[in-house]
Each structure stands twice: as C-alpha cells, then as structure tokens.
Design a protein around this ligand. Structure first.
Ligand code: SAM
Length: 329
C-alpha cells in the first residue's frame, strides 16, 4: 500500500506532535508572554495517536517522527514511543528534542527503540542560548548531547536555525563540530511561522550564504551521502571531517515537489503542509466514535488538499497562524 498525492508525491512520513508544551521559550518559536498552552483535554491521548498512526501505517506511512512542543516533557512518552514499534508497517521512529531532558532520558529512548535523534541547538554560547530560549540550560543540553553519543545514537543531528544578527555569526563554530565528531550539523532557514514579528525576509539567512561563510574557513565542502532520514537536507562534509554538514533551504530553494510529509498536531489536526494553515480535524471524529474507514478517508482528503508548494516567498510578511510550538516542528 502506498499513499500517493494528486501531484504524484509519495507520502510516507508522519510528524506527530505529542504536546504543545515546551521547557524552553525560543523567541522565534513560542514568543514569550503571548502563548498559552492548551488544556490537557484538547491534546490527543496516546491511544488516539496510536490509533491514527496504525491507520496511517495501513495506508503506507512507514516513518514517524515524534515532536512537539518538547516531546520529552510529556509524561509516559517512552512507553508510548515503544508502543509504536508494534505497529505493522512502521519501520522508522525518530525524535526531535531540544535536549534539555536528554541527559536523563537518552538511554530510555534507546531502549524504546529510537536510533536517530535530532537535537535543536541555536547557540554554542550559554549566555546567548539563554537570550534565545529564556533558559540557562545550555550545559544541560550539551551533557544531553554527550549522553546521546555515549548511548550510540547514530547519527545525532544538531539542527540550528541561523537568524540574521542573532546567531548567524556562529555558523562556522557549528560547522567545526563536524571535524572530529560524527555529528550532523544541519542549518535550517528561518521560516515565517506563527504570526512572528521577528520574521522578515532579511532575518532569514540563505543556505548559500551559510555555505559561503563555512567554505571561507574550511575550503570547498565535499558532497556527502544523502543517508537515511536526510530528507530535504543537502549534505556535505569538510574534507577529512567525521561528521556531516546539511543545508535545509525551504525559503531559497523549496523542496515541495519532493515533500513526503503529513503532520499531526497535538490537538488532533492533520496538517498537510507546514507552511499552510489548511488542516483537517481528526480529533472530533476520533472522539465521536468513527470507524477506521472514516479515518482513512480523512487521511486521503489530507492528501487531496496538500498544496503543490508553499507561497511564503510570494507573500512576504504572511506567517502561519499557528506558532511552531503549536504545529510541531
Ligand atoms: N522541542 C523540540 C526541538 O526543540 O527540537 C521539537 C519542536 S521544535 C518546534 C522543532 C524545531 O523547529 C526546532 O529546531 C526549532 O528551531 C525549529 N523552528 C521553530 N520555529 C522555526 C522557524 N520559524 N523557522 C525554522 N525553524 C523553526
């Protein structure tokens, strides 16, 4: 069974947000003072998510990424992740985390069946990290990354969002991490998400500029294997380096024609495109006692309405209504 959308894209990847809560409040993701969290009753229960993942898998979804908010703050997350392994058709489960709880949870994540981790980190400077996230947890995150290395996660991907004038002067330092560690550092262009008054065209640092800054120091990068789970990342290596440098350029070089994703928000909406607010409510039918055939139908509708591409570059200033913390990054 395969899910093919009307543009002939194979959809096999579901990003599942398990919570809109987060233990950080990054200025560009969850603007402080402006975000309230959803009441527990509005968040899908684990059994509900499990059922939706099972139905999705029966249609052709094979890769699930657990995200949030911060997924590791939700109680019972490890047994829930382990329970997804039993779903026929699910071949790959990965997690995206800010790393704050990783020091204590890395080995539990391994035991739950997670082999690959994405860790978000926007600064290597603890003070600047505090400015961006509102938290002094930098050292804790770093210990979490080291714990993940010790537990054998491979690869460990560190995702960094460079924002002009905020942390873009650190791209070379991040790239340097790949010289003698097997870490993948991926630079993700800043996107207009969440009615964000911090986003304007100039605040997004184009991937091409980041690459130039890195090559100025290390010389030309070598193309690297795309590898499992690379998705839209264009991967390179510093010659002789252990790790990988990836560029994800949704703004300057969108990859919508090869998008394989659907998203499930924590409050039970199927969101076919990160950058479009069109969603399908799945929670009401789930709670109204619908059968699996109805869930299948709704998933297929999500495919029908998945936009051909995003149009954010044509409508500068037009941000999504939901913040990233509410969508699931
Ligand atoms: N808490 C988890 C984490 O930190 O990885 C998962 C959720 S977080 C929303 C996922 C990712 O979205 C983070 O790497 C964050 O930097 C990224 N993100 C949030 N807002 C963004 C934006 N406007 N543009 C690009 N990336 C963004």
């Amino acid at each position: 069974m395969a899910l093919i959308d009307p543009r002939n894209r194979l959809i096999d990847y579901l990003r599942v947000s398990v919570t809109d809560r987060c233990n950080l409040a990054c200025t560009y993701c969850k603007p402080r003072g402006r975000i309230t969290v959803l009441p527990h009753g509005e968040i899908l229960r684990y059994e509900e998510i499990h059922r939706l993942v099972s139905v999705s898998a029966s249609l052709g979804i094979s890769h699930v990424r657990i995200t949030g908010g911060e997924p590791l703050v939700r109680r019972g997350i490890l047994p829930f992740i382990a329970s997804l392994r039993d779903i026929a058709g699910i071949e790959d489960i990965s997690v995206t985390t800010n790393g704050v709880l990783l020091e204590e949870m890395a080995s539990g994540l391994r035991d739950a069946g997670i082999a690959r981790l994405n860790i978000s980190l926007d600064s290597l400077d603890p003070k600047r990290f505090a400015g961006i996230t509102g938290s002094d947890a930098w050292h804790k995150v770093w210990r979490g990354i080291e714990a993940a290395e010790r537990c054998g996660f491979d690869p460990i991907k560190i995702n960094m969002v460079p924002v002009k004038g905020v942390n873009d002067d650190e791209v070379v330092a991040f790239a340097r991490l790949t010289v003698d560690r097997r870490i993948h550092v991926r630079f993700i262009e800043f996107m207009p998400i969440g009615a964000n008054d911090r986003w304007h065209t100039d605040s997004c640092v184009p991937a091409g500029e980041i690459r130039k800054a890195i090559e100025k120091v290390f010389g030309p990068l070598e193309a690297a294997d795309h590898g499992k789970g690379a998705g839209p990342s264009q991967n390179y290596r510093i010659p002789g380096g252990q790790g990988v440098i990836g560029f994800i350029a949704p703004i300057t070089k969108h990859f919508c024609e090869s998008c394989r994703r659907l998203r499930l928000t924590a409050d039970g909406k199927i969101r076919p495109c990160l950058l479009s607010d069109t969603e399908i409510d799945i929670k009401s039918p789930l709670r109204g006692g619908c059968n699996d055939a109805e869930l299948e139908r709704l998933l297929r509708v999500a495919l029908e309405i998945k936009p051909e591409r995003h149009y954010v570059t044509e409508s500068p200033g037009g941000c999504t209504a939901r913040t990233m913390s509410r969508i699931g990054g």
